[in-house]
Design a protein. Structure first.
Length: 161
């Protein structure tokens, strides 16, 4: 069983290397990275998963954003080492971090991802929320951590200052 822990400053380079391994070159050119540029992540929700030998198996980060003035969390990136995929590492990181986000008082989470995968965690398409182009609108998903948290929230996603 992996040990989930808050990402530390000492983890940073190793987590970045995992993201480089897990995602295509040029990942930082994606529209979601424009929302992260110059904005610190929500440290309490950035987690790592390490096996009993301390080897990094996965990581997840969150960033604060605004949707028409409403605070939200942008989930991502989340990555699992290729040798650990299919073991539930990513699901454990997502479930634990979402539970902690709720405990910390966050009401809504959004991400850009595959609906079939993220649907099992409760994410649904956000029809009226616009990520920066060239994001495919079909991949903009949201989760209400409190009932009705996405009701009436629409418009462009902007970085939180």
């Amino acid at each position: 069983m992996d040990r989930l822990a808050r990402e530390t400053a000492e983890d940073w380079w190793e987590v970045e290397a995992l993201y480089d391994l897990a995602f295509a070159p040029g990942r930082e050119a994606l529209s979601s990275y424009r929302l992260r540029d110059g904005v610190p992540p929500v440290r309490e929700l950035c987690l790592t998963a390490r096996d009993q030998q301390g080897i990094l198996g996965g990581a997840i980060r969150y960033w604060p954003v605004l949707v028409s003035g409403a605070r939200a969390l942008l989930l991502g990136p989340v990555a699992v080492h290729p040798t650990r995929q299919g073991e539930g590492v990513g699901a454990a990181l997502i479930r634990e971090s979402l539970a902690e986000a709720g405990r910390l008082g966050w009401a809504r989470v959004l991400l850009v991802g595959d609906a079939p995968y993220y649907g099992r965690f409760g994410f649904r398409r956000l029809e009226d929320v616009e990520m920066p182009p060239p994001t495919n609108p079909e991949r903009v998903l949201g989760l209400a951590l409190r009932p009705g948290a996405w009701d009436g929230v629409s418009g462009a996603v902007k970085p939180a200052a």
